[in-house]
Ligand binder design. Structure first.
Ligand SMILES: Nc1ncnc2c1ncn2[C@@H]1O[C@H](COP(=O)(O)OP(=O)(O)OP(=O)(O)O)[C@@H](O)[C@H]1O
Ligand SMILES: [Mg+2]
Length: 275
């Protein structure tokens, strides 16, 4: 979809035949959005986003290009502050992290983000992990070393790089670099990890390593991942939200979205009829 399509978008096209899963009493909600609406200038890119994310689960955000997935994900980390107007609430531990008085820098320690293109710093592998930790005041060498090892292990990269920690991260393959960026994010010990198509720039083997890594991480982290790859969504996620033209059309357990979705648009999308 082009920007022009979106500009002329009539939101009424998406009928309120929505099916939005709500967590039950015994499910712990790590993050939720209420009436989230994002506009770039006078162009509304996302509206009516009410989603709850269960703790220690993986949730996939799927939908055609331009449907608002990245817009939604970036808002959860306040990455849209400078480019968009974000209305509505994003509740995290009883706080609305979309409110003006939130310390965004502090919030990002709890909610980490990984982007589509691996973006390691032009520093050593070790420094990629320790850089932000030092900026946040961590100085103890033993603790820093421990964080380097633990986060690289959690990101399933340790065995490949343990003898090269002082070498430049720019020498890593795309898949290794992406796992390093994941290690860098988890070294901050966040609660929630947001990933925007983290495997789409990778070859199939690297991509499957990133998938395995995410599956290993969900014991400790709540993961929200944007993916265009429906097999990937089906393989790794517990919940799936289907976005279409700036709205969440259906949100449910992944197996339901892929085997018996309730909304016709979802049926068409998962069957590959558009997008
Ligand atoms: N910084 C921006 N300024 C203006 N419009 C934007 C900006 N970022 C996104 N948009 C528009 O908002 C709409 C939703 O874009 P978004 O990037 O969220 O879609 P997406 O679902 O992530 O798509 P893709 O699958 O291609 O990544 C699109 O029409 C896009 O052109
Ligand atoms: Mg996107």
């Amino acid at each position: 979809m082009t920007e022009n399509d979106m500009t002329s978008l009539n939101f009424d096209e998406v009928q309120p035949e929505r099916n939005i899963y709500k967590m039950g009493a015994n499910q712990e909600v790590a993050l939720s959005t209420e009436n989230l609406k994002v506009s770039y200038g006078n162009k509304v890119a996302l509206t009516d986003a009410d989603l709850q994310f269960e703790r220690f689960k993986i949730t996939s955000l799927i939908g055609a290009s331009g449907s608002g997935k990245s817009t939604f994900l970036r808002s959860l980390n306040r990455m849209n502050d400078d480019v968009a107007t974000v209305d509505g609430q994003i509740m995290y531990r009883g706080l609305d992290i979309n409110s003006k008085d939130i310390d965004v820098y502090e919030m990002r320690k709890h909610i980490g983000m990984v982007f589509q293109r691996p973006n390691p710093f032009a520093k050593s592998i070790r420094e990629n992990i320790t850089f932000a930790l030092k900026q946040h005041g961590l100085r103890d060498k033993a603790i820093l070393e421990e964080r380097v090892e633990t986060s690289l292990k959690q990101a399933a990269l340790w065995d490949e790089v343990k003898d090269d920690l002082d070498k430049s991260a720019l020498a890593l393959s795309g898949g290794q670099a992406q796992r390093l960026v994941i290690a860098r994010a988890i070294a901050m010990q966040p609660d929630i990890l947001l990933l925007d198509e983290p495997a789409s720039a990778l070859d199939p083997i690297s991509s499957s390593k990133v998938e395995d890594t995410l599956l290993d991480l969900k014991d400790k982290y709540t993961i929200i991942i944007v993916t265009h790859n429906m097999q990937q969504a089906a393989r790794i996620s517990d919940y799936t939200a289907f976005f279409h033209l700036g709205k969440v059309v259906e949100y449910d357990e992944t197996r339901k979205i892929f085997t018996r979705p309730k909304v016709q648009l979802t049926i068409d999308y998962v069957n590959g009829n558009f997008g």
